[in-house]
Design a protein around this ligand. Structure first.
Ligand code: Y12
Ligand code: CO
Length: 174
């Protein structure tokens, strides 16, 4: 089932998500819905709070070298924490909750993340490149943070102006 995506400036995106405690069919069905929702919107990452469920769950499905996404590359990350971070990198980010807007954001270059899979098994991943950026972006959603909050004052002002205009244009098309 495709779920509606919560978009900025909806206040629900500011909520802090809660730990997942039950690794049961309800969680598994919800993860399937998240996957369907993300694919339907051409996303490569989605946090549960973006579909209005404040739990510490996120999915990432990076494209291969041909730009294609495969279910076999789907990562389901539950109750993640960063245990190690190093360096810094800049990446042009986008977010399904902030449609139509991309901006360069500073992130750690590499991260090590401890998390649980859909069955509650403990996992550890060391990530760099796009996966590292995606993990950091999605994990910030779990803390109620959006990538636009990392912009400088001037860039944020410009964003607010452009985003308002985009929303207005969308309304006029409907
Ligand atoms: C690097 C940076 C950010 C992430 C987080 C995951 N972000 C996304 O999956 C963003 C998807 C996205 C999709 C959009 O829609 C289409 O392309 C059709 C989009 O544009 C509009 O909605 C107009 C914006 C963002 C991971 C790795
Ligand atoms: Co996002």
């Amino acid at each position: 089932m495709i779920l509606p995506i919560v978009t900025y400036p909806d206040k629900r995106l500011k909520q802090r998500s809660k730990p997942v405690e039950s690794f049961d069919d309800t969680l598994h069905n919800f993860l399937e819905d998240m996957y369907e929702t993300m694919l339907a919107s051409n996303g490569i990452g989605l946090a549960a709070i973006q579909v209005a469920k404040p739990i510490n769950a996120l999915i990432i499905n990076l494209p291969d070298e041909q730009g294609e996404q495969h279910r076999s590359n789907l990562m389901e990350i539950i109750n993640p924490t960063i245990t190690l971070s190093e360096g810094s990198t800049f990446y042009q980010e986008g977010c399904l909750s902030v449609p139509g807007f991309y901006e360069e954001v500073e992130r750690f270059d590499t991260v090590t993340v401890a998390y649980q899979d859909r069955f509650g098994n403990e996992q550890l991943i060391e990530a760099d490149g796009l996966l590292s950026v995606a993990l950091q972006h999605e994990m910030e959603h779990l803390h109620g943070k959006l990538f636009i909050e990392k912009l400088s004052y001037t860039r944020r002002k410009k964003f607010e102006k452009e985003y308002k205009r985009l929303q207005k244009d969308k309304k006029n098309v409907k």
